[in-house]
Write a protein that binds this ligand. Sequence first.
Ligand code: ATP
Length: 258
Amino acid sequence: MPLLSVNQVSHHYYSKKDYTKALENISFTLEQGEFISILGPSGCGKTTLLSIVAGLINPTRGEIILDEVSAAEPGNKAHMGYMLQQDYLFPWKTIKENIMLGPKINKTIDNSIKERADQMLEEVGLQGIGDSYPDELSGGMRQRAALARTLITEPKLLLLDEPFSALDFQTKLRLEDFVSQLLKQYNKAALLVTHDISEAIVMSDRIILLKPRPGEIKQVFRMPPELRKISPFQARQHPSFQAIFDEVWKEMSALEKY
Ligand SMILES: Nc1ncnc2c1ncn2[C@@H]1O[C@H](COP(=O)(O)OP(=O)(O)OP(=O)(O)O)[C@@H](O)[C@H]1O
């Protein structure tokens, strides 16, 4: 059974006079350890889809099914971690306090969590800065702290909503490598929302291209296996990169007529 099944999901936003078909009949599955990017122009329903998978909004039609362990614990969202464009670190809490927030909310805080927070800090290359406050850190460091806060809850599935888009280009490339390596190491699955074709190519096993009005699946691209064996940074320079970029670019450009 796949880790996640999205079955014939449609979502409409209603106003007093009108309604918007944000998503129409979206179906796909995601396996353990797999990385899927949802790519598409502005307004094609990417964030709506991620919010539905996260359980933040109920779809108008269709269903989201998680693997049997999660299904046995309805309402338990700890198996999913959300990482956003903004890091949403609490400025009045230290980095370590921010990282321990998830376990604290789940009431699982004890000494082992404190040790685990130190471990996570080391894991994301932020050892020794646990007592600093978010505004003392650079953008890239803050996103790594946000990643540590997400990973400490041991999610099976990471939901990434443009987590690199507010960063400068070099930091973005470094963080892509870092996240990709960490996900491979722990065999975690991820769903990334992005409008950056290059990022989708170098991070993903599959890219789902959505078209807008209504948000429907236009095409699914499977990335060349040789790109999955190397880091995102190396994948950007690989000879296979340009051909797949051109293919996705062509399809995405065709969506501009919608
Ligand atoms: N709360 C809302 N109420 C009404 N319409 C909404 C709401 N949220 C989104 N929409 C509409 O639904 C469609 C999909 O929006 P969504 O934000 O999911 O797209 P997106 O692909 O994430 O866009 P972007 O890349 O610009 O963030 C758009 O037409 C948008 O205007």
